[in-house]
Design a protein around this ligand. Structure first.
Ligand code: GMT
Length: 375
């Protein structure tokens, strides 16, 4: 049975927006009617599909308010769209404010509108520690008809931190296999002036302090002492200036390419030999999955959901946060052993197909929608 599904998420660059948008696109391909209710067009919403609709939440600045009332505008837009389009389900990404806005909309529209909330991490692992917000996060979770989280670790943390008494289903993130696959990209490597025998290490993030980009640079500097390599830094954010300064201080400017935000990440991953994801908080690490799908092994940290994505010693390595010396040693041994690298690259691609395929994950969300409607 095809459904009418409303989706609210943060539309800007970020894993949660990517997952919400890719999910919406795949649901539309399966015949569901998908209504994105967001403050701007989600950046991955790049295709025309008769089953996809976009409803813009207008956030106006009034002189009487110090801050524009985004939450209220969203709640009222959700209610309006839900009524007009007769939505069955509202799938919101992030407990605050989206689950709360969905709750308000449901109060306005009626109980038949069901709410599925997906927790992505920062809402719990950062905001959950804020006493001024923890109660409302708990409320948003408890008032949702169904709650999912992107890793088992996030389920555990949500329970521990917020003391919620509700079933939370783990539904892992996924990638679109038609976009993330390994292609021969020797020409691109040449165009970046990277020699054929140079190893390419890549890091992609929003350069927030939790991503520990300094650790990436310090690890790379050690790797580069042993083998000729280049570091590609993709993304933008608050730590970018610090990263530039550290690169200069270490005298490795020639070796590090700051590429800024990029759209075609799969193209760049296809010229990469290793991805470093050395965060201190990461509920899943979608970028690790994207890299693995392109045949790039990943070294990640032993936190959050990362060990659920990377299989230590098989599809990459898991190291302790800040352990630069082990991280660089593992990277050097992997990058200097061609057979091991080939084996890990193949295992990484296989792991994505076996555990994180878009088909399986979208099946799981569809199942959740139907069971929520039958509650
Ligand atoms: O990592 C971020 O800073 C962005 C954040 C987001 O809102 O997109 O990412 C969170 O959701 C992603 C998609 O589920 C996860 O892959 C990231 O691990 C998670 N980030 C954190 O937990 C820090």
């Amino acid at each position: 049975m095809s459904l009418k599904i409303g989706i609210s998420c943060y539309p800007s660059v970020g894993g949660s927006g990517v997952i919400a948008t890719e999910l919406g696109k795949l649901l539309a391909e399966r015949g569901h009617e998908v209504h994105f209710i967001t403050s701007s067009v989600p950046f991955r919403l790049d295709k025309i599909d008769p089953n996809i609709f976009f409803h813009e939440v207008e956030v106006n600045q009034y002189s009487v308010f110090k801050h524009p009332p985004y939450d209220l505008s969203l709640a009222s837009k959700i209610a309006e769209v839900a009524r007009r389009q007769k939505l069955d389900i509202l799938h919101v990404h992030y407990a605050v404010p989206h689950a709360i806005c969905a709750f308000l909309a449901k109060q306005m529209v009626g109980d038949h509108l069901k709410i599925v909330t997906t927790l992505h991490g920062t809402d719990i692992t950062v905001l959950g520690y804020d006493p001024s917000l923890s109660e409302i996060i708990r409320f948003g979770i408890e008032q949702s008809d169904t709650v999912t989280a992107v890793s088992n670790d996030l389920v555990r943390q949500t329970r521990e931190l917020l003391d919620v008494n509700k079933d939370i289903n783990t539904i892992y993130n996924f990638i679109d296999e038609r976009v993330y696959y390994n292609r021969d990209n020797t020409d691109l490597k040449r165009r970046y002036h990277i020699a054929e025998d140079e190893k390419v290490i890549v890091h992609i993030s929003n350069f927030r302090p939790v991503k520990r980009v300094k650790d990436v640079i310090l690890s790379f500097a050690k790797i580069n002492e042993h083998l000729s390599s280049k570091l590609l830094l993709i993304g933008d954010g608050p730590e970018l200036t610090v990263a530039c300064q550290l690169v200069k201080q270490l005298g490795i400017e020639e070796r590090v390419l700051f590429l800024g935000s990029q759209k075609d990440v799969a193209e760049i991953l296809s010229i990469s030999d290793l991805l470093l994801l050395l965060s201190e908080k990461e509920s899943f690490g979608l970028v690790a999955l994207e890299a693995m799908a392109c045949g790039v092994p990943v070294i990640g940290t032993n936190i959050g959901g990362i060990p659920e994505v990377i299989e230590d010693g098989k599809t990459g390595y898991i190291c302790e946060v800040g352990d630069i010396s082990t991280i660089s040693d593992k990277a050097i041994s992997l990058l200097t052993d061609e057979d091991l690298h080939k084996h890990m690259s193949e295992s990484a691609q296989k792991r994505v197909i076996d555990h994180f395929s878009s088909k399986d994950i979208v099946d799981q969300y569809e199942y959740i929608y139907h069971s929520t409607l039958n509650k």
